[in-house]
Design a binder for this molecule. Sequence first.
Ligand code: DX5
Ligand code: ZN
Length: 221
Amino acid sequence: MSGILSPSVMCADLLNLSSEIEKLDKLGVEYLHIDFMDNKFVPNITFDTNMVKSFKKPMKNIRRDIHIMAFEPQNLFDAMDIGEGDIVSVHYEACKDPHSVLADIKGRGAKPCIAISPDTPVKTVEPFLNEVYAVLLMTVYPGFAGQPMAPKSMERLSELKSLISDFNKDVLIEVDGHVSWDHCQEMRKRGADIFVAGSSSVYGKGYEIDEAVKKFYDLVR
Ligand code: DX5
Ligand code: ZN
């Protein structure tokens, strides 16, 4: 299976989002990474639930890849109109009962994904491997774009890949944070499947979006 691209919309041109998303859709990009932040779990706010809901409308092929950095995220699912085709990532660190939150996502026809921050041991995800579509491995500390990679991220990626190989080969790995031109190939080699591309790659300087998307796919195919 080729690498899957999920450009981080918070890194796009926020004053021209509709045309930005249409460009990605036309380029055949599979997912749009939408970061929701509550200013409690992380000290930042990005889009509100209405905006997250609106990202459902203008897309033909591209699907929502919603990364919820909020406590008790299940309280937001109705407002975000979570449903068929969405990937929904919730943080292990932000849920009192992650099992029931993941089941709620699945019950809505969406793809449940457990996210862990850089200081959370990789083994933490083991009890969820039969309930998730993917594991979101944060390779920066959640909350802001444009950060350097968190220490030991590559080692953690390899550790996660071997954990999944032992327990449930079908589970995918999504990497999120400083997924740069220099890092993405090694991440692919170490087992990453879905790449959240932001300010250090497709939304970085020097490339038009169509060239950047093509370059990224060439690197992670
Ligand atoms: C950070 C977000 C990331 C971020 C990635 O909390 O989860 O998706 O937008 O941005 P870069 O690629 O600049 O690290
Ligand atoms: Zn994210």
